[in-house]
Ligand binder design. Sequence first.
Ligand code: BGC
Length: 246
Amino acid sequence: MLGIDVGGSGIKGAAVDLIRGDFATARVRIPTPRHSTPANVARIVAQIVDSFADIDPDTPIGITVPAVVTHGITRSAANIDPSWIDAPAAEIFANQLGRAVVVVNDADAAGIAEVRFGAARGADGVVLVTTLGTGIGSALINRGVLVPNTELGHLEIDGFDAETRAAASVKTAEGLSFAEYLPRLQRYYETLERLFWPDLFVVGGGVSRQAEEFLPKLNLNAPIVPAALLNRAGIIGAAWLAAESI
Ligand code: BGC
C-alpha cells in the first residue's frame, strides 16, 4: 500500500508494509508548492506516486491532508491554502492519478498508526492522540475504531482557539522555554481530560522528540506518552486507512 502525507512544507510518500507497520521503501519527499492549492498539490502527489514503479493500479492510495475531510471533500483550511475549503479533494486526486484514493485528516492517520503499530499498540479503551505542530491535530480512537475529524486543536479554552496558544509552532514563534510552554500544555490537556476521559494520551509532532522536557511534568489522571512513529505515522496511517476502505 502507498501512503502520502501532505504537509505544509513537504509532500512525502512511501510504500508501507501493513504487517510490520513500517515503510517498505525509502521515503520520497518533494517540497509543497508555494501556492498549495488542491490542483497544485495533486500534481506533486502524482510525481511521487509515479516514482514508485510496482504499485498495484487497483489498490487505492491513502493521502493525508491537514484539514477536515468528509466524504472526500476537504472542509477546513486552518493552516493551509483557503482553496481547500469545500474542495472535492478526493475527486481532484483521483482524476490526477487515474486511480482510487482515500483522503483523510493528517492527525487521524497519525492516530490510527500509533494505535495499530506505535505508542498505543495494544491499548484498551479510549486513546486520544494529539499532534503538536504548526497547529494541533487530534485523533480519538475507541477500542481501535477512529471517530474522524475531531478537531480538538480548535477547542476554545480561556477565550482562545487552543492551537494558537499550545501548538509547537507557537512555542517557537513566541520563543517560549519549556517552563513557559508547560502551563499552556497543562491547561490544554486537563481540558481534554475533563471532556473526554481517555485511558491514554499520545503526543506526536516534532516537539515530542523532546517529550522528557514536558510530558512527565503534566499533571493528569491518564498516562501521557510520546508518539513512537513520529514523522512516519501519517504515511503509515494513510496506507492503513486506504487498505481498510477496500
Ligand atoms: C487543522 C486540523 C489538522 C491539524 C494538524 C489543525 O489546524 O484544523 O485539521 O489535523 O491542524 O495539522
